[in-house]
Design a protein. Structure first.
Length: 292
């Protein structure tokens, strides 16, 4: 008999509780949306509740004598464990090639487990057992991670447009994710909402995956700027940090706080950061500079 969504979600909550007991310290295990678990619980106890979003969380694992951290990022389909989870391991202590090898081995291990088995705890233990050799072979020189000779990194800048950005929990997710992935840029709150992130391509791609998944409607990546470099990517950044961008609002329509941002001021901000050309890409018009 095929497993139901509710049966699968019950098992997912059991595994989350188990992981929380294994990693009780602050920062060890983080659920991407703090309302995700309560929503799953409501769905399980109510016959009328809407299907909750998929559970997403990360587990930071100390490995080896150096206690370097490897973070396992987890996305659970509604029918997990009968459908494979999305797992990705990352660490600042690993080169791109080492990280790829580690994830290839992790995927092979998880696929070898029996169908229908909870496997995130097993994946965490596999990382503890198999990450140390990678970390021992990676010895960054003083001043930062090593680069393979002739190794080129791709610098990305994503321009993301949303109909609006209001909710505090969504804004927190955006800022937490940008900070975690070492991305700079900004988030323009209000209506419309605009996000710019810049940094290593893989980190930008991960940011885009995290914030849009699973249920953010009316959001699109309008433009990508990409540059290959063998040097320090920080020299390519247009923004020194990831900032909360807010301008004078036009209107306040009741309880929804449905306000429109001053796009003239936003256009001026883009011009100041060598990005005036993006205004037309985002909004389809050239726009005029604010006189303020």
């Amino acid at each position: 008999m095929a497993a139901t969504v509710k049966e699968c979600l019950e098992l997912q909550l059991l595994e989350v509780e188990m992981l929380l007991s294994m990693f009780p310290k602050e920062g060890e295990m983080q659920v991407c949306d703090e309302q995700a678990v309560p929503r799953v619980q409501r769905y399980l106890t109510s016959s009328e509740a809407a299907l909750p979003p998929q559970l997403e969380y990360s587990v930071a694992v100390d490995v080896g004598e150096s206690k370097a951290k490897v973070e396992l990022q987890v996305v659970l389909p509604h029918l997990y464990p009968h459908v494979a989870p999305q797992l990705f391991a990352r660490s600042d202590a690993l080169s791109r090639q080492q990280q790829l090898q580690l994830n290839t081995g992790l995927a092979s291990y998880v696929s070898s487990l029996g169908a229908g088995e909870l496997c995130v705890c097993a994946a965490v233990q596999w990382l503890k057992d198999n990450s140390p050799p990678c970390l021992q072979n990676h010895k960054p020189p003083p001043g930062g991670p090593s680069k393979e000779e002739g190794f080129k990194e791709t610098f990305h800048r994503l321009w993301i447009y949303s109909h609006h950005i209001y909710r505090q929990e969504l804004r927190k997710k955006i800022f937490d994710c940008a900070r975690k992935l070492n991305l700079t840029g900004f988030c323009l709150t209000g209506k419309p909402g605009v996000i710019c992130v810049e940094g290593i391509r893989e980190n930008c791609d991960e940011f885009w995956r995290v914030i849009r998944y699973p249920n953010w409607k009316h959001i699109s990546c309008k433009h990508v700027e990409s540059t290959e470099t063998e040097g320090n990517i920080d020299s390519l950044r247009l923004f020194p940090a990831f900032e909360d961008l807010q301008f004078q609002a036009h209107g306040d329509y009741g309880l929804r706080n449905d306000y429109h941002m001053d796009l003239g001021q936003f256009r001026q901000f883009l011009e100041q950061h060598q990005s005036g050309h993006v205004f037309q890409i985002l909004f389809g018009v050239e726009g005029k500079l604010s006189n303020k």
